[in-house]
Design a protein around this ligand. Structure first.
Ligand SMILES: [Zn+2]
Length: 171
């Protein structure tokens, strides 16, 4: 039987972000654990639960053919990811929204590079769907780390809210 395990991390405002076993498995399937495996990435899509305002990550797009993947870089193009989003948005009756981005790193316990932070700042400043908060995930070879980005007048901030170990995720 398929596991429905849901793993949650606490946010600074007492809410939680929840990732399903299925999503975590999918993200770890792109881990750069071989010397040739390229960097991968995509967008995170989810919804806010009416009952308690917790955030659930329901979907994540996979690398598309138009993206540029090398060992140490991933350039996501809008094509494909936008269509993926539109489909989910429509089938959810407009309940799902853009939550942020994920990408991989060829290191065990990943940390964002200077370029990553610059990209994350840009995304926060775009205010996609009116959001001033986004999640950023980096999938390492043994750990997956989640950051919570907040747009602020002075400087955007990124808070590391937690991580998942690859071996705690069921197959
Ligand atoms: Zn990176």
């Amino acid at each position: 039987m398929m596991s429905k395990a849901i793993f949650s991390l606490p946010l600074p405002d007492n809410r939680k972000i929840k990732l399903t076993n299925e999503i975590l498995q999918m993200l770890f399937s792109f881990a750069q654990d071989h010397k040739n495996s390229p960097e991968s990435g995509g967008i995170l899509i989810g919804r806010v639960l009416d009952c308690n305002s917790h955030i659930v990550v329901d979907h994540a797009s996979r690398p598309m053919e138009t993206d540029v993947q090398t060992r140490f870089s991933f350039i996501r193009k809008a094509a494909g990811h936008q269509e993926f989003f539109n489909q989910i948005w429509e089938s959810s009756g407009g309940r799902c929204f853009y939550l942020g981005e994920w990408h991989t790193h060829p290191e065990k316990d990943p940390t964002p590079s200077t370029i990553d932070k610059r990209e994350w700042r840009k995304l926060l400043n775009k205010t996609i769907q009116g959001q001033n908060r986004l999640f950023f995930i980096i999938v390492g070879t043994t750990e997956l780390v989640v950051w919570y980005g907040q747009r602020q007048a002075s400087k955007n901030t990124f808070l590391r809210i937690g991580s998942y170990c690859r071996n705690e995720i069921q197959n």
